[in-house]
Design a protein around this ligand. Structure first.
Ligand code: G3P
Length: 219
């Protein structure tokens, strides 16, 4: 499973890129608004930091408007993936953009049927929002499992991009269920590194190493 970072913050992306394990970036209008900067400029700078798919979301609500925006975004940089909402108009736009070879990420997916529609329209990615499903009393991870089963039944190539990740456990579950990608906030990625036994073990190793006599060749 690939890991993407779900942010438009350049400092976070720069740090995450330095780890060498982040394969792409997802943004949405909320994340872009938080940065208080020009959309195209932010997307352009993100494309310089990560050599992978960078999702940029359309704002139009009608298919012609989405197609127009999608074509413009795709022309900004070859890394750009056009993020389209899971609506009737969004699916029309997804079909049109994918027929032109423009990669798409269908977002705001909350059901297996929505994921089926996105795959039939030729979406490159489907973004099920697992955290928001959990927020409403549902089981976000069960949705990932359902979509995986449906896509595997028919050898559908749309990639499952687990989104709205709220905990490291969501990431583990996504990987176990065969999600193709999990996109995570910076904080969750940092939490994935940590384990108290790693910290304690390292502390012990360093303390023991300090007692090794210098003449034995310790650095
Ligand atoms: O990028 C979309 C998604 O990851 C949003 O997450 O936490 O706002 O539900 P959240």
């Amino acid at each position: 499973m690939q890991l993407f970072i779900d942010t438009a913050n350049l400092d976070e992306i720069r740090t995450a890129a330095s780890w060498g394990v982040i394969a792409g970036v997802t943004t949405n209008p909320t994340l872009i608004a938080k940065e208080g900067r020009d959309f195209q400029a932010v997307i352009h700078e993100i494309c310089q930091l990560i050599d992978g798919p960078i999702s940029a979301e359309v704002i139009a609500q009608d298919a012609p408007g989405m197609i127009d925006e999608g074509r413009r975004y795709a022309a900004w940089d070859p890394h750009v993936v056009v993020k389209v909402p899971m609506t009737e108009e969004g699916i029309k736009a997804t079909k049109a953009l994918s027929s032109e070879g423009i990669r798409t990420n269908v977002t705001l997916c909350f059901s297996a049927n929505q994921a089926l529609l996105a795959a039939l329209a030729g979406a490159t990615y489907i973004s099920p929002f697992v955290g928001r499903v959990d927020d409403t009393g549902g089981d976000g991870m069960a949705l990932i499992s359902e979509i995986r089963e449906i896509y595997d039944n028919y050898v559908m190539t749309t990639q499952i991009l687990t989104a709205s990740v709220r905990s490291p456990n969501h990431v583990t579950m996504a990987a176990k269920m065969g999600s193709d990608v999990a996109t995570c906030p910076f904080k969750i990625l940092q939490q994935m590194f940590r384990h108290p036994l790693t910290d304690r073990g390292l502390e012990q190793f360093l303390a023991d190493w300090a007692s090794v006599p210098v003449l034995s060749g310790r650095a």
